[in-house]
Design a protein. Structure first.
Length: 119
């Protein structure tokens, strides 16, 4: 219960800071109706949700097996660097940077994170 209260307080502080920033940029200051307020709610919620997605996807993609295996033949893959691609979520596009591998046996490129992420 105390954790929830602490989290609620951090959310309040974050939202207050975001609203103050918008106000300082001239995005507030006029009398708003319920539609304007709701637009702000959606805008801020989408920004927060996108950042949650970015951080959670990055965390998930960084936890790979020691020797990722080719999904076709099971041979150990060779690391080929990283690649960034957009993931379409219910809250919009979120970039995912993930390790890319190549199977020397069947010459297939694959992304080990696909299995754990379900992408």
């Amino acid at each position: 219960m105390a954790r929830n209260k602490e989290r609620e307080e951090r959310v309040k502080q974050l939202v207050a800071a975001m609203l103050a920033e918008e106000e300082s940029q001239g995005l507030g200051g006029r009398r708003e109706n319920i539609n304007d307020i709701e637009d702000a709610m959606v805008r801020i919620a989408d920004q927060v949700a996108r950042e949650v997605g970015i951080q959670k996807l990055a965390h998930q993609a960084s936890h790979l097996p020691a020797e990722p295996q080719c999904p076709d033949c099971g041979h150990a893959g060779e690391h080929q660097g990283e690649q960034t691609r957009p993931i379409i979520t219910r809250r919009g596009e979120v970039p995912l940077t993930e390790a890319k591998y190549r199977c020397p046996k069947c010459r297939r490129h694959f992304f080990p994170s696909e299995r754990s992420l379900g992408t």
